[in-house]
Design a protein around this ligand. Structure first.
Ligand code: DGY
Length: 317
């Protein structure tokens, strides 16, 4: 069985894959072009892409040999599931194993934005720090503040737990239905997004990307947010209208934002680059060694199940 791995994976996983299958690795780690992805559909049995590959209908129509797309990552808005299903291609992802890492990063962004850590580091490195003073780079406390969690799946819950137990934040959440797990956190269920936005001091986004959530946080939603509040996004860039966000940060309506994801990565919306009150990270949510290896092993488990003709542990289409 021929497997194409589109980017470098942790060494242990590449080795494990190579011991079991005929694997083509991407030693250069450069993203494949659209035409290379199209061609691969006719040359491999399994394609193992990441969020940096756009597996759209044109790629899927490129050939009829690939029968499994084993995504390295939990989010799958870069894969056209409808086209895959129509072409009889199974699709899997890697849920669960990156929950803690992503929640850790959401807290990193909350803390960095609240405590103006990026601004402080830039000031110091540029030689402009003039020393301690009582009014220097004053941020916001977290204790007692309301964290509004938008989307209360695994990562949203893990973020809420860290914020509540670790930092004494109150939790409110917006989700389709009330969650049992929320009860232990004494979290308030807000079935209406506007209500959540209006009462939260920090809003952290944890919904999947794609058509249903595109620009969920638009100019109107941002205007609904509490004056002086913060927006945190570790989900997908397309969930936020970044021009409107830049306006809300410039006007001071929002005190700050922390972003790890962008609509057209690796491009970062120009309007944000000059703003001091936004923390910008390069999609690091799952980037720790343990997690990245676990993600690869999970993708491998799906490829092995496919090769054995058994049910995929993480089938999404
Ligand atoms: C995912 O898995 O979807 C992340 O965004 C990449 O770690």
């Amino acid at each position: 069985m021929r497997v194409l791995v589109t980017r470098r994976w942790p060494e242990a996983v590449e080795r494990a894959l190579g011991e079991r299958f005929e694997v083509v690795l991407n030693d250069t780690d450069k993203p494949l072009s659209q035409s290379e992805l199209v061609a691969a559909m006719g040359e491999f049995d399994v394609m193992a892409p990441t969020v940096s590959d756009r597996i759209d209908a044109e790629v899927i129509a490129g050939g009829n040999r690939v029968k499994l797309i084993a995504n390295y990552g939990v989010g799958f808005d870069h894969i056209d599931l409808v086209a895959a299903k129509a072409a009889g291609i199974a699709v899997s992802n890697t849920p669960g194993v990156l929950t803690d890492a992503t929640a850790d990063l959401a807290l990193t962004l909350i803390l960095m934005a609240a405590r103006r850590a990026g601004e402080g580091e830039r000031e110091l490195r540029s030689g402009n720090w003039s020393g301690w003073r009582p009014t220097h780079l004053i941020g916001s406390a977290l204790k007692g503040k309301v964290l509004g969690v938008v989307g209360f799946g695994r990562i949203g819950q893990a973020t809420a737990e860290r914020a509540h137990y670790g930092f004494g934040m109150k939790i409110a959440y917006y989700a389709r239905r009330e969650s049992e797990a929320a009860k232990a956190l004494d979290a308030e269920f807000c079935p209406n997004l506007d209500d959540l936005l209006a009462r939260s001091d920090f809003v952290s986004l944890h919904v999947p990307g794609g058509g249903d959530t595109a620009n969920l946080i638009d100019a109107k939603a941002l205007a609904t947010m509490k004056p002086g509040s913060y927006l945190i996004n570790t989900a997908r860039g397309g969930v936020v209208d970044h021009d409107a966000l830049a306006d809300a940060l410039k006007s001071g309506h929002l005190a700050g934002a922390g972003l790890d994801v962008y609509p057209q990565e690796p491009q970062v919306p120009e309007a944000l680059l000059d703003l001091e009150n936004v923390v910008l990270l390069p999609h690091l949510g799952s980037a720790n060694a343990e997690t990245r290896e676990a993600m690869g092993m999970r993708a491998l488990a799906n490829i092995e199940a496919f090769a054995a003709g058994t049910d995929l542990p993480d089938r999404i289409a």
